[in-house]
Design a protein around this ligand. Structure first.
Ligand SMILES: [Fe+2]
Ligand SMILES: [Fe+2]
Length: 325
């Protein structure tokens, strides 16, 4: 199905239908699964929602790693709930992608063999408990920045999934900020750990918004289709403006010597991340790419018997051999 769709993209969409479609988008009318849509719109959405779903699922790995080592029962319960939320986000998003005519199995296989990507941030390791605070504060903080505008995205199922997800994301950001605050207000060693986590996660978090607008391949068309609402640079600036005062409140230093409030612009000036690192991580050379994909592949293989069992049960049910629930 997916290969078929990509192939048929080469055929030109009917200009009249295209104009009608764009008029609907411009009038803020949501596009629903059964509505006509250009092949490029469908393909871009499958890629974007699929990558988003994969990021939620792969994103469970660095934090899941710390559930058994959380410092208190309360922190453990909070982290457990947060990581479970991420699984739920992945599921809503796989369902949203399925409404575009691609199956969950197909896009999962594309993640597992490297044809589809997930957010580069999850290829960085979480080395200690302070990193868990930094992930919630910065990574979920950046995710919210990206996701709040997507509640208004033009594709109905994606927009509705985002509304639900955003409610949970704000809890994720707050629990992370609270965890790192505790460390920043703790012993000198704990404060040092909090600072070290900020040092390591700052630039990878800035990279989460994607390359600069001038280098971003998909931006202009996606914005016209309202699949994307703000540019990468706008969102990155917003994130910096929100996060710097939070770091100051914690008594931590953002690891950027050029960071400065710009009175004239009404924004912070800051240094760009090292984009060669970003592209290198995307290419599979980040510190944890191999581990992350190996973990997902193992989970997929280990779960084969569950999928087989469910399919066998569904088949029997259809044949009337087991009672309907
Ligand atoms: Fe999430
Ligand atoms: Fe989250």
């Amino acid at each position: 199905m997916y290969a078929q769709m990509v192939k048929s993209e080469a055929t030109n969409d009917d200009p009249e239908k295209l104009a009608e479609f764009q008029a609907k988008i411009d009038a803020d009318i949501k596009i629903e699964p059964k509505d006509w849509m250009p092949q490029g719109y469908r393909k871009t959405l499958i890629r974007q929602i699929g990558q988003h779903a994969h990021s939620e699922i792969v994103g469970q790995l660095p934090e899941g790693n710390w559930i058994t080592r959380a410092p208190t029962l309360e922190r453990k319960a909070i982290l457990l709930a947060k990581v479970q939320d991420e699984a739920g986000h992945g599921l809503y998003l796989y369902c949203a992608a399925e409404t575009l005519g691609v199956s969950r199995d197909e896009i999962t296989e594309m993640l597992l063999d490297g044809r589809m990507k997930y957010s580069s941030i999850f290829n960085y390791p979480t080395l200690n408990w302070a990193d868990i605070g930094a992930v919630g504060w910065l990574v979920d903080g950046a995710a919210i920045m990206n996701q709040v505008p997507l509640q208004r995205t033009s594709y109905g199922p994606y927009s509705r999934a985002m509304i639900r997800i955003c409610k949970e994301e704000s809890f994720h950001q707050r629990q992370g900020y609270d965890a790192i605050r505790k460390m920043a207000e703790g012993t000198p060693e704990q404060k040092k750990m909090a600072q070290d986590a900020l040092n390591r996660f700052w630039y990878p978090s800035l990279m989460m918004f994607g390359p600069s607008d001038k280098d971003s391949v998909h931006s202009a068309q996606s914005m016209a289709w309202k699949i994307k609402i703000n540019t990468n640079d706008e969102l990155r600036q917003k994130f910096v403006d929100q996060t710097v005062p939070q770091a100051e409140y914690l008594g931590l230093t953002v690891p950027d010597p050029d960071l400065k409030w710009n009175e004239e612009r009404g924004h912070y000036d800051f240094s760009e991340p090292d984009w060669s690192e970003f592209f290198d991580v995307i290419q599979g050379n980040g510190p944890c790419n191999t581990d992350r994909l190996a973990a997902r592949n193992k989970a997929w293989d280990d779960g084969q018997w569950v999928r087989d069992g469910l399919l066998a049960h569904a088949k029997k049910k259809r044949a009337g051999q087991v009672a309907a629930e």
